[in-house]
Unconditional design. Structure first.
Length: 179
């Protein structure tokens, strides 16, 4: 890998992370979905749009770096680092990424980008509830699952549609050879 290629890759990574952090903070402050939907922490998950685009245009290592970097920086900027919201975000992000990275090769043969996004959104919610259950064991935590899945479908669909439009407009320079 040449020095120029390394700088270009690092620059793309920084842009993805910055976009993810900005979307996370924007959604946290300007779109308080929790005020409309009576579920704690209910969100559209716009920052996951960045993960979805990166998962379909970049290498596996790249998308892991973007996702983990986005989660850590967003938690630092929002003041939630090493708190419950940080743990939930990390757990959800890791499970969603594991699922989407392993299923991305089936897009568009088996399901659409919106379908992959919905699966990722459901996995994200399951990951969050697993972390919550580990930190606060009790059957009551799992009662949120059906409601979170219901919310994951429209938010996953929205992110999938947006990601599809973004990817169509991206130049091919974003593709890594080691994908």
């Amino acid at each position: 890998m040449t020095a120029r290629h390394s700088v270009e890759k690092l620059s793309r990574m920084a842009i993805y992370i910055a976009l993810g952090v900005a979307l996370n903070l924007l959604e946290s402050t300007l779109i308080p979905l929790g005020m409309v939907i009576p579920l704690p922490g209910a969100r559209i998950g716009l920052a996951n749009l960045v993960t979805l685009v990166a998962a379909l245009t970049e290498s596996t290592g790249f998308v892991w770096s973007v996702t983990i970097g986005r989660i850590f920086l967003a938690s630092l900027f929002s003041g939630t680092f090493l708190s419950l919201p940080f743990a939930l975000s990390l757990g959800g992000g890791i499970l969603a990424l594991l699922v989407m990275v392993n299923l991305r090769f089936l897009t568009p043969r088996v399901f659409s980008l919106a379908g992959l996004s919905i699966i990722g959104a459901v996995a994200h919610n399951i990951g969050q509830l697993l972390v919550l259950y580990l930190l606060m064991p009790g059957v009551g935590v799992l009662t949120f699952l059906p409601w979170l899945i219901i919310l994951a479908v429209p938010s996953g669909w929205l992110n999938g549609v947006l990601a599809s439009r973004i990817i169509k407009r991206l130049p091919e320079v974003g593709k890594d050879e080691d994908q």
